[in-house]
Design a binder for this molecule. Structure first.
Ligand code: PBG
Ligand code: ZN
Length: 334
């Protein structure tokens, strides 16, 4: 480029600051716009409690009894949040996770209640895993001290089918067993639930940021860890391979989890597939921001808006966030 074009009297002719001069101009040109419609709010429903119980490691987030569910969802709905990821905390656990697929299980009852009260006005997504329901806290059936892949698949298929029977829109298998999407798709189709979609927790990295969730949902493994099924956080190709497999197996939406330290994977997934991409901003992401905010070290509202917008900018179409209520409140009162 001719230097005369970029300079005038020795000063820059091109001035990017022109487009940043006023709030109105900045608003006009903002490239990434977060909307309440992007948000999914996780909900913890616990069997056998009477009052909401605040989660110790996630101040501001509660496990709620079924009787509070409709009121809770209505409040979020009134703020514009219409999609919910349902986690159940059952009263009883065993080594076969049978409480996960009982017709009167906590998730099944919750979904039924939501369908009765909200019909098609909301979207329900149910987490399909064993860890809250197994006595040992692992995401699969244990055989010879490891989570056995193919035995676990059978149970995952039963759980997904029972959620579909209750009326869920989507099931989200999170156990990271090989072939889980295929197995579940088949089970749903065989039972005439071809309208029920699957959100694959496709690249679920073995992250240290799940600790608050495990406290919240009583699903800390009693022995060992989840490293033989959740994938190493160091690997990009492996994440893309997981995603490719889930697409082939019939996933309708692809999920990356966690979100914030994994923006590169969100971006690459956005490039690699035409399916909607969902990012899960996990419990540890919430707790880190919350803790700093409670100390007065950061402005929670501003940090949350920045982090969530950046997750969208990286390529996420849908964002699961424990800050969903706060984000909705901020978006409604800019
Ligand atoms: C269970 C499950 C976990 C999360 C979602 N589903 C925890 C885990 O794998 O240990 C994590 C969610 C969060 O940290 O917010 N399979
Ligand atoms: Zn699990």
């Amino acid at each position: 480029m001719n230097q005369n074009e970029v300079e005038f009297n020795g000063f820059p002719r091109v001035r990017l600051r022109r487009l940043r001069r006023t709030t109105a101009i900045r608003d006009l040109l903002q490239e990434t716009r977060l909307s309440v419609k992007d948000l999914v709010c996780p909900i913890f429903i616990q069997e056998g409690i009477d009052e909401p119980k605040e989660i110790e490691l996630m101040p501001g987030i509660f496990r709620i009894p079924l009787k509070n569910l409709v009121k809770n969802i209505q409040e979020l709905y009134d703020l514009g949040v219409k999609t919910f990821l349902i986690f159940g905390i059952p009263k009883s656990k065993n080594d076969k996770a049978t409480s996960a697929y009982r017709i009167d299980g906590i998730v099944q009852k919750s979904v039924k209640t939501l369908r009765q009260n909200f019909g098609e006005k909301i979207v329900t997504v149910t987490d399909v895993c064993l860890c809250q329901y197994t006595s040992h806290g692992h995401c699969g059936i244990i055989k010879n001290n490891v989570a056995n892949n193919d035995e676990s698949l059978k149970v995952l298929a039963k759980i997904a089918t029972s959620h579909a029977e209750a009326g869920t829109d989507f099931v989200a298998p999170s156990a990271m067993m090989d072939g889980q999407v295929k197995k579940i798709r088949k089970a749903l189709d065989n039972n005439n639930f071809n309208n029920v979609g699957i959100i694959g927790y496709s690249a679920k990295l073995s992250s240290n940021l799940y600790t608050p969730f495990r406290d919240a949902s009583h699903s800390t493994p009693e022995f060992g860890d989840r490293k033989s099924y959740q994938m190493p956080f160091h690997n990009t190709n492996e994440a893309l391979h997981e995603i490719m497999m889930d697409v082939k197996e019939g996933a309708d939406i692809i999920m990356i989890k966690p979100a914030l330290p994994y923006l590169d994977l969100i971006y690459k997934t956005r490039q690699a597939t035409l399916l909607p991409v969902c990012a899960y901003s996990v419990s540890g992401e919430y707790s880190i921001v919350k803790a700093a905010a409670l100390e007065g070290w950061v402005n929670e509202d501003e940090v949350v808006m920045e982090f969530t917008t950046c997750i969208k900018r990286a390529g996420a179409d849908i964002i699961i966030s424990y800050h969903a209520r706060k984000i909705a409140e901020i978006l409604n009162n800019p």
